[in-house]
Design a protein around this ligand. Structure first.
Ligand SMILES: NC(=O)C1=CN([C@@H]2O[C@H](COP(=O)(O)OP(=O)(O)OC[C@H]3O[C@@H](n4cnc5c(N)ncnc54)[C@H](O)[C@@H]3O)[C@@H](O)[C@H]2O)C=CC1
Ligand SMILES: O=C([O-])CC(=O)C(=O)O
Length: 343
């Protein structure tokens, strides 16, 4: 964070009356964070950019896509928030968008259609993620990187390998974004218990596809009220939440608005960590030694260098231990696929 000195006084008009008052020139305002969104013109990218524009911790937003972003940037630039937005487009400009960013959120890539698995997207999306990760290493190696692009379970390993090739991999700074699984869990549990979903906290560990998504009902706060059948049906709904949206959108993409909401929550948690004011732990898919899977989503506390503390596995009941075992077997294969792709 930096504060530049300037004696210039700027007079501005109050929003509510005609009085003039002394305002802080924009270049004197405290710089908070630069966030770059890669794939910003897409279904997730646009609402994510909108939400980030409204976050006081974001003072510079770089929107990048292979599609033109100038019109979309112009639109955002009329918002009277303290955030300056800059547009970049085309492969060549990705590095400029990333340069100097504190956080890079990668949402570039294809979403799935009904009948496809997330893994089906690997061949298309892996090279996109590899390129973005390499550019982060080269042009903003201090940045925290959130990967939204699917299949998260495999492409996070692709990103890690791409960064290793550049000699700049720091496992504390690379995250697969699994927040939507947590958001869904909190919403479905809140609705079931007839309480505000915002009051629910539950770790969702593992990965981000089908049975690799493991919600830990035994650690739900407030304690979950419902029998075994009820837990099973909500677990199933969380694990298939993505399919539910893909089906409902009928060939018009996958979850975008709820994902943007989840990604904005995750980005905010990273920024609070960067400021040294972390909030409650958030789960994300990161390099891990908690199980045999080299990557695993577990609760994390963030700090100025990314992960300040990986809380590891929460206490699990017998059913959850079985679910985790299934998840770990599948995750090991996905991670191997990502690593092999980069060999
Ligand atoms: N992690 C999660 O929980 C979730 C992940 N996703 C994934 O997020 C990804 C994006 O989904 P949507 O936004 O709905 O797709 P979309 O197709 O609406 O947007 C993707 C954007 O990426 C851009 N793009 C493609 N290649 C690029 C490149 N090389 N450089 C820069 N931009 C590029 C496209 O032009 C497009 O604007 C998909 O892979 C989807 O499966 C979706 C929902 C939840
Ligand atoms: O299901 C999809 O393809 C998109 C996604 O990851 C989700 O909504 O959880």
């Amino acid at each position: 964070m930096l504060r530049r000195k300037c004696k210039a006084a700027v007079m501005a008009q109050c929003r509510h009356c005609w009085r003039l008052y002394q305002a802080t020139p924009s270049h004197m305002q405290t710089r908070q964070f630069k966030v770059a969104v890669i794939g910003a013109a897409g279904g997730i990218g646009q609402p994510l950019a909108l939400l980030l524009m409204t976050n006081k911790l974001v003072t510079e937003l770089a929107v990048h896509d292979i599609e033109p972003t100038t019109g979309f940037r112009k639109d955002l630039s009329h918002m009277d928030t303290g955030c300056q937005v800059k547009a970049y487009f085309g492969s060549d400009q990705m590095k400029t968008a990333i340069k100097g960013a504190d956080i890079v959120m990668i949402t570039a890539g294809m979403p799935r259609k009904p009948g496809q698995t997330r893994d089906f997207l690997f061949d298309t999306n892996a090279p996109i993620v590899a390129k973005a990760a390499a550019l982060v290493s080269e042009h903003s190696s201090h940045a925290l990187v959130g990967i939204i692009t699917n299949p998260v379970n495999a492409v996070v390993a692709v990103a890690a390998e791409a960064m290793k090739k550049c000699g700049r991999y720091d496992p504390r700074r690379l995250f697969g974004v699994t927040t939507l699984d947590v958001v869904r869990a909190e919403k479905f549990i809140g609705d079931h218990m007839e309480i505000n979903p915002r009051k629910v906290r539950i770790p969702v560990i593992g990965g981000h596809a089908g049975t690799t998504i493991v919600p830990i009902f035994s650690q739900c706060q407030p304690p979950f009220e419902g029998d075994k059948e009820c837990i099973e049906s909500i677990v199933k709904r969380i694990q298939t939440g993505g399919d539910e949206v893909v089906k409902a959108k009928a060939f018009k993409g996958s979850a975008t608005l709820s994902m943007a909401y989840a990604a904005a929550r995750f980005t905010n948690a990273l920024m609070r960590g960067l400021k040294g004011e972390p909030g409650p732990p958030e789960c994300a898919y990161v390099e891990s030694d908690a199980t045999d899977s080299p990557f695993l989503s577990t609760p994390l506390t963030f700090g100025p260098k990314g992960i300040a503390k990986n809380h590891g596995l929460p206490e699990l009941d017998e059913r959850e231990k079985q679910q985790l075992k299934v998840a770990v077997d599948a995750l090991k294969k996905s991670v191997s696929k990502g690593v092999k792709y980069m060999e």
